[in-house]
Design a protein. Structure first.
Length: 296
């Protein structure tokens, strides 16, 4: 059987008791290491679990999944996922491959905490979130804004938007590839400040464009909440305008950002304002642009 086991968000102790029992008896143990990362290294997990762990990078999971599934119809294989197993479509794809395998491989999923639910620690109601979007690193000649229409759809409904930030783990260096060498770039993790900067840049670019596609949903005075290392002892939450958050250093990864929706309830405001960079400014903008506004 293939066990897809959620590890939670922080460290080696967040695995469930059921999950740990399976890891200890499994024939092989894999750790998916590209959609998200834990706050501890592989050797810490191995010491706590008492097992050797095989790192499964993007290429292994997406192109060489047969090596993971080999023999899983007769022995137990544990596939460890940071957060919750089905927070990323990659893991749903792996489960589908088990169904389509001949012979079919039985699967079992063990859920755990995910950023999709842990973000409730901000005080924003999970019932008031719209579709989640991803923000990738902007490059010199590549600044995709496919996230913008989704944020606009959420904003039109007055809903909050959770923005998941890009991580680059074991990414090949393109210039080295051109020379026939396979070299990996150092890992990179987008910060909440970088995300806010990119959102502001896109809003400005759209405002300056002839097509006039700017809607103001990512403007300087839009309220947002930045989070870092949720679920850990060192978690950090900071609220403010996008302009303010673009200047905030939340420390080590992983970071996420939430753009507040127009329907931000008074109880949410009372909770979130305690995290504000400038509480007076936060209150002023909330009362002006959010309080009782409902759907815009």
């Amino acid at each position: 059987m293939l066990y897809i086991i959620g590890l939670g968000l922080a460290d080696e102790r967040d695995i469930s008791v059921k999950g740990l029992e399976i890891v200890k008896r499994a024939e092989r143990v894999y750790l998916e290491a590209y959609t998200a990362v834990l706050l501890v290294d592989k050797d810490v997990l191995e010491a706590y679990y008492g097992r050797s762990i095989i790192i499964a990078d993007r290429e292994t999971v997406e192109s060489q999944s047969d090596s993971i599934l080999a023999g899983a119809d007769t022995v137990d294989v544990a596939f460890l996922v940071v957060g919750d197993p089905f927070s990323a479509t990659t893991h749903a794809d792996l489960a589908l491959r088990c169904r389509q395998n001949s012979p079919q491989i039985p699967t079992r999923t063990l859920p755990n905490a995910s950023i999709l639910t842990a973000v409730g620690a901000t005080g924003l109601s999970l019932y008031s979130f719209g579709q989640t979007v991803s923000m990738v690193f902007y490059e010199e000649n590549w600044r995709p804004d496919s996230w913008y229409p989704k944020v606009k759809e959420n904003a039109d409904l007055g809903l909050h938007t959770l923005i998941l930030l890009d991580i680059k783990v074991k990414e090949p260096n393109l210039k080295a590839l051109e020379r026939g060498k396979y070299v990996f770039d150092p890992p990179r993790f987008m910060t909440a400040a970088q995300c806010a900067e990119q959102m502001l840049e896109t809003e400005e670019t759209r405002a300056a464009s002839e097509e006039g596609k700017s809607t103001g949903v990512a403007g300087k005075e839009r309220l947002a909440v930045a989070v870092a290392r949720l679920g850990s002892e060192g978690e950090k939450i900071v609220a403010g305008t996008l302009e303010e958050l673009a200047q905030q250093d939340l420390g080590k990864p992983l970071h996420s950002l939430v753009l507040c929706g127009w329907k931000m309830h008074e109880m949410e405001w009372e909770f979130v304002r305690d995290f504000a960079v400038d509480r007076e400014k936060f209150d002023e903008i909330w009362k002006r642009d959010y309080a009782g506004k409902g759907v815009q």
